[in-house]
Design a protein around this ligand. Structure first.
Ligand code: BEZ
Length: 236
């Protein structure tokens, strides 16, 4: 297990996901090794039994099947103990009826990180915001265990779970089709073809009237990939 006492340690995009062992609500895990071959979303919340975190867990719990279908394992973490986690998740399931979501059972692992070891390893303790709880971090980790996207939100602002799913789908689309994705992309929108290597090729692309490329300028060419084509490859 990698460890650090340095709250300034911060894994970056492109780094291998730091490895750790932990106790969770679903038993012991070795992360990310236990989930190799799957996408992983490792996300922290500041504290159990708090309202923003409860709304977030319900949102994630309600979408669990969608993440499963995208071959993505969700793993939560906070600086709370196992019994707090168990009691909080039971309260969510048995008592909370929020925005049409009720009876939400969280089946993905929630890490006991009372030691703060995992939160420190992943740069989730940001002392200007809080020294005693993790910020709302989201790490997207690919099937080869490489960190691909990182998000950080403050304690007082709940995350957008539609955006989290859009990022996962976007990363899978980038990998499967070898393309880049423009602002606000969603499946079915045009995708960006990486710039060609030489000006000659770029000119050819600009003049490609019959092909499926659409060039806004020599460095900015797109093509259409249908929603169905994208969806057929997702999760693979
Ligand atoms: C919340 O989840 O409601 C929360 C947690 C920590 C600080 C502020 C809000």
């Amino acid at each position: 297990m990698e460890t650090t006492n340095n709250v300034n340690a911060m894994p970056r995009i492109g780094d291998p996901a730091p490895s750790f062992e932990a106790v969770t609500t679903q038993g012991k895990i070795k992360f990310p090794e236990d989930f190799k071959g799957k996408w992983k979303i490792l996300f922290s919340h500041p504290a159990d039994f708090t309202p923003v975190c409860t709304s977030e867990f319900m949102a994630f719990g309600a979408m669990a099947k969608e993440y499963e279908d995208l071959n993505c394992q969700l793993v939560g973490i906070s600086i709370d103990g196992l019994y707090s986690h168990i009691a909080w998740l039971r309260t969510i399931k048995e008592k909370i009826d929020y925005k049409g979501m009720k009876n939400i059972e969280i089946k993905f692992p929630l890490i006991d990180d009372v030691s703060m070891n995992v939160a420190k390893l992943y740069g989730m303790i940001q002392p200007g915001e809080s020294t005693t709880s993790a910020v709302r971090a989201v790490f997207f980790i690919d099937p080869k265990n490489v960190i691909r996207t990182i998000m950080y939100y403050p304690l007082s602002l709940g995350r957008n779970f539609d955006e989290i799913k859009r990022v996962l789908i976007g990363l899978q689309t980038v990998d499967n089709f070898g393309v880049a994705l423009p602002a606000d992309w969603r499946p079915g929108d045009e995708v960006i073809i990486p710039p060609a290597g030489s000006c000659g090729v770029a000119k050819e692309r600009m003049d490609d009237k019959k092909g499926d490329l659409h060039c806004y300028d020599w460095f900015f060419c797109t093509k259409k990939i249908s929603k169905e084509e994208v969806e057929a490859k997702l999760g693979k």
